[in-house]
Structure formats: structure tokens, C-alpha cells
Design a protein. Structure first.
Length: 324
């Protein structure tokens, strides 16, 4: 049965203006910049050589990572030493996920919680938080750029799961999110179960889209990016968007005629993606994350970017015990 969508009386009047802003953001996001200059894709000679065998395929807990073994010291011949020799850390990021990784239309810089975590890793590696080369990617490209050796790290609301551990490695968990739904402000829906017969958007290549298959009465609509879902929503081509609460909070900030409803119906532990063979890099990143979690940096970043979700919780506990 198809549910007729009730539109807010002001929706048609504001759609064109808001959509224009979103399209502008999407056009900016389509660039491939750094903070200061374009980001070339590293060539084979620039990409650090793998330092260990890929992790075992077995996975009892996707949040279990490799324990730091040398803090943030850099030894000759390591992945980190090769990156230092190159002079910059090449990272895959979003440029259209407000609050997590998006381009500031006034400054042109990519900013957000994920981006600031990468700045901390750059600070530990170079003594300079800005030695980052950004490669703007979609959710569906996250695995490809890591398995293809095109980036050193991916920080893009990247949920850790056992299937992904088959292809790449993850840092320890650095943020916990949960899947919710966004609807129009005048919608009577109170959660995902109230959306039977309606069209719900999620980005391609995400656990969010996969989880919609558990709701056969919902018509799942895939878009290339989160911004693509927001554009479809504002055009009236989908009735709702589902995604991590961190992402949906950014949508509400862009569209005052939208709201997030219901309790989270999944747990989404975020990790930094790393090429599977670069276990030494995983250990280094985990040392940086542990320091940020204990010295107040993590809490300060949460308050800066995600305070709209409520007071900062305790940082996620790092879980170690994985072996190469």
C-alpha cells in the first residue's frame, strides 16, 4: 500500500532556495582539494610499502584492533617513516557530511569531527596538524581507495564490521553512532517502523542501506552521497532519509523543515580505515587516539562539532587483542 505524503505548506516555497544551497555544497564537494593545494593521488612510488601480512579473516568483535606498541615514535623502515619522507598524509574524507567532514563554503576548507581527528594524527606524525592531502570520496569508494593503496587512511563515518575487516584494517573505535531516520517536520512518523510504503534514501556502499533490506515494506532508494539523499528529500522524491545520527544532525542544521525521530536501531562504531597490511600504522593511529581520549582532546572535538546531540559522552573504550 502506498502512503500519501502530507507536505508542509511552506515546503514548496523553501525547497528551491534550500536545494540551491545543497547543490552548491555538492558542487564544492566534488573538488579534490587539500587545505592549501589540490591533492594528487599518490603514485606507487609514493605509497608506503606494506609492512606486515593482512589480518586474519576471523573476526569475533569488529571493534578489536591492534594495540599500540611504540606510542607515536617512528622507526626507520616503517609505514610512518615512508609517509614522513613523502611529506604529507593522504586521507580519504567526505566533503558533504556536515559536522563530520564538509567543505566550509566561506573558507573552502574541509572541516568536521573526522577531519579534526586526522589533524591530530598529522600533528603526531609531523609536529604539524596540517600535513594532510585530502582525497574526497563517496561512501562506496572507502574500501576501494584503501585496497588500491590510493590513500593512507580513511576517516569518513566508517562503521567497523567483520566483512570490512576481510579487506582492510581499522583503528580502535573513536566514535559511536546509531542509525535513525529523518522525516519532514510535519510527519507523524516516530521511527523506522512507521515508514511502510514510503521511499527512504541512504547512500550506496553503506551499512545503512544494507539495513533497509530488513524492512521489506519500505522502498529503499540509493544515492551516491549523503548530500544526494538530502537533495532527493527536498525535491520530494523520497519521503525520509536513514543514516547515522551524526550525519542526520548535520541535515537538520541545513534544513529547518526536517527532524530526526525515534531511537537508534543500530550501533555504528566508527574506526579509521587503514590498508590491511599496514599494521604498524594502525598501532600508531591507536596511540594517537588513546592520547586524545585521555587528555581531553576527544571531548573538546565532540563539544565543538557534535554538541547538538547532547553533552559529550565518555570516549569509546579502545579494545585491543587482534594479532596479524
Amino acid at each position: 500500500m502506498t502512503t500519501t505524503r502530507t507536505r508542509h505548506p511552506g515546503r514548496a516555497r523553501r525547497t528551491a532556495a534550500v536545494l540551491a544551497a545543497v547543490v552548491g555544497l555538492a558542487l564544492l564537494a566534488g573538488c579534490d582539494p587539500t587545505d592549501t593545494a589540490p591533492s594528487p593521488t599518490p603514485t606507487a612510488s609514493e605509497t608506503p610499502s606494506p609492512t606486515a601480512a593482512p589480518p586474519a579473516a576471523q573476526c569475533d568483535d569488529a571493534t578489536t584492533s591492534y594495540a599500540p606498541d611504540a606510542g607515536t615514535s617512528v622507526t626507520p623502515g616503517s609505514t610512518m617513516a615512508a609517509i614522513q619522507d613523502r611529506g604529507s598524509l593522504v586521507v580519504g574524507v567526505s566533503a558533504d557530511t556536515l559536522l563530520m567532514g564538509s567543505r566550509n563554503p566561506l573558507t573552502g576548507q574541509i572541516e568536521g569531527f573526522d577531519i579534526d581527528v586526522l589533524h591530530e594524527i598529522s600533528r603526531a606524525l609531523f609536529g604539524d596538524p596540517d600535513r594532510l592531502q585530502f582525497r574526497v570520496i563517496t561512501s562506496g569508494q572507502r574500501l576501494d581507495v584503501l585496497t588500491g593503496g590510493q590513500v593512507d587512511l580513511v576517516a569518513r563515518t566508517f562503521t567497523m564490521n567483520c566483512d570490512r575487516w576481510q579487506q582492510i584494517a581499522f583503528s580502535a573505535e573513536y566514535l559511536r553512532s546509531g542509525q535513525k531516520v529523518l522525516v519532514t517536520r510535519d510527519s507523524t512518523a516516530t521511527g523506522i517502523d512507521d515508514l511502510a510504503g514510503q521511499r527512504v534514501c541512504a547512500p550506496k556502499g553503506t551499512t545503512t542501506l544494507d539495513r533497509l533490506s530488513q524492512h521489506p515494506d519500505i522502498t529503499a532508494v540509493a544515492a551516491d552521497t549523503h548530500t544526494g539523499c538530502l537533495a532527493l528529500f527536498q525535491q520530494g522524491k523520497v519521503d525520509a532519509i536513514t543514516g547515522d545520527d551524526t550525519v542526520l544532525a548535520g541535515f537538520v542544521a541545513q534544513d529547518p523543515y526536517a527532524k530526526v525521530v525515534g531511537d537508534a536501531f543500530s550501533a555504528e562504531p566508527y574506526g579509521i580505515g587503514v590498508p590491511a597490511a599496514n599494521v604498524d600504522m594502525v598501532r600508531f593511529v591507536n596511540a594517537v587516539l588513546d592520547q586524545a581520549k585521555t587528555d581531553g582532546t576527544w571531548t573538546a572535538l565532540y563539544d565543538r562539532w557534535l554538541g547538538a546531540l547532547g553533552p559529550a559522552p565518555a570516549p569509546p573504550t579502545s579494545v585491543y587483542g587482534r594479532t596479524p
